[in-house]
Design a protein around this ligand. Structure first.
Ligand SMILES: Nc1ncnc2c1ncn2[C@@H]1O[C@H](COP(=O)(O)OP(=O)(O)OP(=O)(O)O)[C@@H](O)[C@H]1O
Length: 257
């Protein structure tokens, strides 16, 4: 069953020069899938994430979530839908510095005025899964980058969203912390059937996913599915990237997995 359908989405930015950031892009994400989006700089990845998260409206085409069409929502319905059904993980973690780890994680539930019992149960469940129990009382400036990203993942999952959107979640992490965060994303995906759409420049990060969709000049370029071994998937991702082209530096974080 598909949880997200991108149907012939085009996004044109008008200005002195008209910019077609997405051009008739179509793909679907199945419930419980972990999908990476890759493409050279300027290929439309951020625009795609903005359209999926409904920060931006497509010029034409449709984004459908589990049969629902948010383009038809009122602004209140849209705000509610984003808050309840989407989870966000960013490169910069975006934690609130004055709140503790625990307060940061439960923030989405607090905003939704959920009963304390619900908050405590979800918090206990996620802190255990993401190994955060020991640092719940700390503030963001007292924890490592990897711990900050794990906190951000817990915050993204606390309301059990339909879809998690992750934008370069390992972009600010060293290789050990990156691996830890990716393994936890895989664990949440496999054990809890969390559906994740992740933009990344990093072929190692992409190799943790079930499928990689490559876009170029705002258009669908190719997609590959993981077989059983991550190493061979990584190699196949590199092969497609070499066909995809782009500028030197677009995939600068390539290192051996
Ligand atoms: N607000 C905007 N107004 C005009 N053009 C835009 C705007 N946002 C993006 N673009 C253009 O749309 C195209 C796609 O940009 P986008 O940021 O989506 O690419 P990207 O793949 O995320 O790039 P990067 O990997 O460098 O972040 C680019 O040509 C960009 O210049």
């Amino acid at each position: 069953m598909s949880i997200l359908q991108i149907h012939e989405v085009t996004k044109v930015y008008e200005g002195k020069v008209t910019n077609r950031a997405l051009n008739q892009l179509s793909f679907e994400v199945e419930k419980g899938e972990f999908v990476a989006i890759m493409g050279p700089s300027g290929s439309g990845k951020t625009t795609l994430m903005n359209v999926v998260s409904m920060i931006d409206v497509p010029t034409s085409g449709e984004v459908v979530f589990d049969g629902m069409k948010p383009q038809k929502f009122t602004s209140e319905e849209l705000a509610y839908f984003r808050r309840r059904q989407l989870g966000f993980v960013f490169q910069e973690f975006n934690l609130l510095p004055t709140l503790t780890v625990e307060e940061n994680i439960i923030l989405p539930l607090t905003l939704d005025e959920q009963p304390i019992k619900v908050m405590e149960e979800r918090l206990a469940f996620l802190s255990d899964k993401l190994d955060l129990t020991q640092i719940l009382h700390k503030r963001p400036n007292e924890i490592s980058g990897g711990q900050a990203q794990r906190t951000a993942i817990a915050r993204a999952l606390i309301h059990d969203p339909m879809l998690v959107l992750a934008d370069e979640p390992t972009g600010n992490l060293d290789s050990n912390a990156s691996r830890e965060v990716l393994e936890l994303l895989v664990k949440m995906n496999k054990e809890n059937k969390t559906t994740i759409l992740m933009v990344t420049h990093d072929p190692i990060a992409a190799s943790y996913c079930d499928r990689v969709i490559f876009i170029k000049d705002g258009e669908f370029f190719n997609e590959i599915y993981k077989d059983d071994r991550r190493q061979t998937f990584f190699q196949r991702i590199l092969n497609v990237l070499s066909l995809l082209g782009g500028h030197v530096g677009d995939f600068s974080s390539i290192r051996l997995p």
